[in-house]
Design a protein around this ligand. Structure first.
Ligand code: SF4
Length: 263
């Protein structure tokens, strides 16, 4: 069947168009409402929700590195770089039997310690660091591990992560947030930071977390990273924060995924 052509009707010459009817006023989008529902991963309520669930799941968590004093914790933390706490805990009993004090370790050469530290990896550098840190503690701090960030950072092999571990876990001072591989990965998955280097991640976490939670948060996230929020194939179906986590690499989800929430 042929399709009828349509032509646009022309207005007769000389006649003016009737005035257009006023269009009904469009209602403007309610910006207040829109911003109120916009997702904010750093909203205090959400952050508190995460903290509460971590408290419930991981109550009374402690540092997993075995130690009897601040110096042992410092040495164990230096050795834990790129190594599991389990392996460090295997190495330190024999090490502290041979070198029971900062003075004893300061009197050794790095080469003497290397065979003991070999299982922890990067043992040459670690041997230099632990001997150097012990010497500095003996020479500059009367054999006592200092309890201030600035002073700890003067010790060879000690950066903010190690200093935060010692200050938080031994001295009970929450002056920063420990950012290890688990805190790094999970803080990004939870959109608590977009930074990708430990220094900036720590600064972001210090802004968003209440200060009294700085020590516990790291311990809990480290446990969470080992138990459920593992690097490959996190166990999201068992996770207590699943319905407020939008991580891009979730293995199971009841909420929408945010592509940028990557580890
Ligand atoms: S839901 Fe999955 S990705 Fe998110 S915190 Fe839990 S285990 Fe990690």
């Amino acid at each position: 069947m042929p399709v009828a052509k349509t032509s646009r009707a022309k207005a007769p010459a000389g006649k003016t168009k009737p005035p257009a009817k006023a269009a009904p006023a469009k209602s403007k989008p309610d910006k207040t409402k829109a911003s109120a529902v916009r997702y904010d991963p750093l909203a205090p309520q959400r952050v508190q929700d995460i903290l509460n669930r971590l408290d419930q799941r991981y109550p009374n968590v402690r540092c997993a590195l075995h130690h009897n004093n601040a110096w042992e914790l410092l040495i164990a933390t230096i050795l834990s770089a790129q190594c599991t706490d389990v392996m460090v805990n295997k190495v330190t009993p024999g090490l502290f039997q041979k070198y029971p004090t900062p003075q004893a370790m300061a009197a050794a050469t790095p080469e003497q310690l290397e065979p003991d530290l070999r299982p922890t990896g990067f043992y040459r550098n670690k041997a230099k660091s632990v001997v150097g840190a012990s010497k500095a503690i003996v020479e500059n701090f009367g054999g006592q591990v200092p309890d201030e960030m600035d002073k700890l950072l003067t010790l060879p092999g000690v950066a903010r992560k190690t200093a935060n571990v010692v200050l938080g876990s031994w001295f009970g001072k929450g002056v920063g947030v420990v950012v290890d591989t688990h805190v790094h990965r999970i803080s990004r998955r939870l959109e608590l930071t977009k930074a990708d280097d430990p220094k900036n991640i720590e600064q972001d976490l210090m802004k968003v977390l209440p200060q009294p939670k700085w020590i516990d948060f790291s311990h809990q996230i480290i446990h969470h990273g080992r138990a459920l929020c593992i690097a490959r194939r996190p166990k999201c179906a068992e996770c207590p924060i699943e319905n407020i986590c939008h991580a891009a690499d979730k293995t199971w989800s009841t909420v929408e995924i945010h592509k940028a929430a990557k580890p």
